[in-house]
Design a protein around this ligand. Structure first.
Ligand code: AMP
Length: 249
């Protein structure tokens, strides 16, 4: 079995995001970037399937500027076998990413494609679903457990109010939720080894995909600042303030 994992370069989750002064976008200058946490979980799941002998090869693909190769190398250090970088000047929107991934799926013919459920920068939660629609593959989204059994995969999905288990016929698409696994840290020897693993570079033109966006961002704004709280002396004062100042009672 070959597993394809899609990994996205995003702002590190520890960084406090700043908005550009002209509100055109988030300010990425001198900001630490990292592998999207849900993609890290996707890589971990694929590597575990390889370690269990269920899969033979784990291929990671990332789409975007040249710097995305850093995140591909991270995934290789975590145990993936080879990388594919589809180089684009800017980060394409979800539909373009899904179309490019569709072409890579057609070339590579993986039995399982694992994506994160969501990128923590754009919070789209749609690329896996779009890829499923474009490739006509079954999808198991928000996975908290993945069990491959012959030509089927059982995916336990985190849905509102509980868990739903679905069975998909391979080849299939899975998107990862937070509780699927706890990703390992890359060891120094594995980081060194990852530098020598194969990394193929392609362009959207090579894949015959027009990545011109049909979505334009009109404005990016930071969330409203929360004003400082106050301490009240007793419950009577709290009720009085809730009634007369906040007017919520
Ligand atoms: P999104 O739909 O943007 O929330 O992203 C969901 C998942 O799609 C991510 O966790 C990745 O697995 C994949 N994905 C999104 N954008 C990219 C990209 N530029 N390159 C590779 N994978 C991506």
């Amino acid at each position: 079995m070959k597993i394809l994992v899609a990994v996205k370069r995003v702002i590190d989750y520890n960084v406090k995001v700043r908005v550009k002064s002209d509100q055109s976008d988030v300010d990425l200058s001198n900001v630490k970037m990292a592998l999207n946490p849900f993609c890290e979980i996707a890589v971990e799941e694929a590597v575990r399937l390889k370690e269990k002998g269920v899969a033979e090869e784990v291929v990671v693909v990332s789409i975007g500027p040249k710097a995305c190769q850093e995140q591909i190398r991270t995934a290789l250090a975590l145990g993936a076998d080879r990388g594919i970088h589809v180089e684009a000047d800017a980060m394409p929107d979800s539909l373009a990413v899904a179309k490019l991934l569709g072409k890579i799926v057609a070339e590579e013919a993986p039995q399982l494609v694992i994506l994160g459920k969501q990128s923590i920068d754009s919070d789209n939660n749609q690329t896996g679903q779009m890829l499923a629609a474009l490739t006509d593959m079954p999808q198991g989204t928000f996975a908290s457990e993945v069990v491959v059994d012959g030509d089927k995969v059982q995916v336990t999905r985190e849905v509102d109010g509980g868990l739903q288990t679905v069975e998909l016929t391979l080849p299939a698409i899975v998107t990862t939720d937070l509780r699927l696994n706890e990703p390992r840290y890359a060891s120094l020897p594995n980081i060194m080894k990852a530098k020598r693993k194969p990394l193929d570079v392609k362009t959207p033109e090579d894949l015959g995909v027009d990545i011109a966006s049909k979505v334009s961002v009109l404005k990016v704004a930071a969330p409203a600042e929360r004003s400082a709280g106050i301490k009240v002396a007793d419950i009577a004062e709290l009720v009085e303030k809730l009634k007369n100042e906040a007017k919520v009672l």
